[in-house]
Design a protein around this ligand. Structure first.
Ligand SMILES: C[S@@+](CC[C@H](N)C(=O)[O-])C[C@H]1O[C@@H](n2cnc3c(N)ncnc32)[C@H](O)[C@@H]1O
Length: 303
């Protein structure tokens, strides 16, 4: 099932559990924000100790729209922008073989988190320079990645090109709050203003400030939401900001605070934007989940 690389690696590095081939960026074909990638490399070096239990809990939310027909033991799969490899690890129990790629130092954290699982290969490469021929994979995914790339639409095309006709592509992209009220949208403007400042701090200060945000904002808001749930106010709890984290540990909140407030480039999309980009890339039967995290979507490649 595992294919040979279609490009020649510039080098390869022996990590803890496996050798990792490194593919350099192709000059002139770049669709990457280097400062974002560097920041993620630093982030994931710090945050990669996710427990299997917590990965499983969150995976149920992310993969609610992925069926056995889309991904099963016969599937050759690819995780594009795998970060710490948390979703690669989860899906390695469902797929035949998974290729996981990421251009940042996170790929070495992924090696540690995934461990010596035999049906996973890790590669240090970016989406626009994915070292596999077009139409290779039965299933591809890019989770929380494409909104951090300058040209999201082109990156989505580049991902879909690697999927076989009849295969499936899954993505999670930040939503633009279209399904939220005006108070929520105003709160976002405020948060976005803070992000523009925090994301430009040097790494050490950024980590510190994001930890403070996790402790003083995420934790109290999430605790109020959990209390609402405990008192049976489930609808209200779901409407709370950060409600997605009501089932997550504080460690997970710290990771996401750094992700959210530490990244200089983020773009946001409506369901309609996502549907259009996916359709233009050659996907049909597009399903966008109405559940959090907003928006995650899957489609089938027909051309
Ligand atoms: C928010 S993290 C998501 C990681 C992982 N998918 C997850 O959900 O845990 C975004 C990842 O995208 C990667 N990334 C950024 N630009 C990329 C590009 N052009 N090609 C591939 N990956 C990229 C970063 O290195 C980072 O690990």
């Amino acid at each position: 099932m595992k294919k040979e690389y279609s490009l020649t690696p510039s080098t390869s590095v022996q990590s803890v559990h496996r050798e990792i081939a490194v593919f350099d960026y192709q000059k002139g074909n770049e669709n990457i924000d280097h400062s974002v990638v560097e920041s993620f490399g630093e982030e994931w070096k710090k945050f990669h100790r996710f427990s299997d239990k917590e990965i499983d809990t969150d995976a149920k939310k992310y993969f609610d729209i992925v069926t056995d027909e889309m991904l099963n033991r016969n599937s050759y799969a690819v995780d594009l922008g795998c970060g710490t490899g948390r979703w690669t690890k989860y899906l390695s129990e469902k797929a035949g073989f998974i290729e996981a790629i990421d251009p940042s130092e996170a790929i070495f954290a992924a090696d540690k988190l995934i461990g010596p699982i035999p049906n996973v290969r890790l590669t240090k490469a970016s989406i626009e320079n994915t070292p596999f021929p077009d139409e290779t994979f039965d299933f591809g995914m890019s989770i929380g990645v494409l909104h951090h790339i300058p040209n999201t639409e082109k990156a989505l095309h580049d991902c879909v090109k690697k999927i076989k006709i009849g295969g499936y592509f899954y993505t999670y992209l930040y939503y633009n709050f279209e399904n939220r009220g005006s108070a929520f949208k105003t709160l976002f403007q405020l948060v976005n203003g803070v992000r523009k400042i925090t994301s430009r701090l040097p790494m050490r200060s950024k980590k510190f400030v994001c930890d403070v945000i996790a402790f003083t904002v995420y934790l109290p808001v999430v605790t109020v939401g959990r209390a609402m749930n405990a008192f049976g106010l489930k609808t209200l709890a779901r409407k709370m900001p950060l409600s997605h984290y009501q089932t997550n540990s504080f460690f997970w909140m710290r990771t996401d605070a750094l992700d959210r407030f530490g990244t200089t480039l983020e773009q946001r999309f409506s369901q309609e934007d996502i549907r259009k980009m996916m359709t233009d890339a050659g996907l049909i039967d597009i399903k966008i989940s109405d559940q959090m995290p907003y928006w995650h979507a899957v489609g089938k490649r027909i051309r």
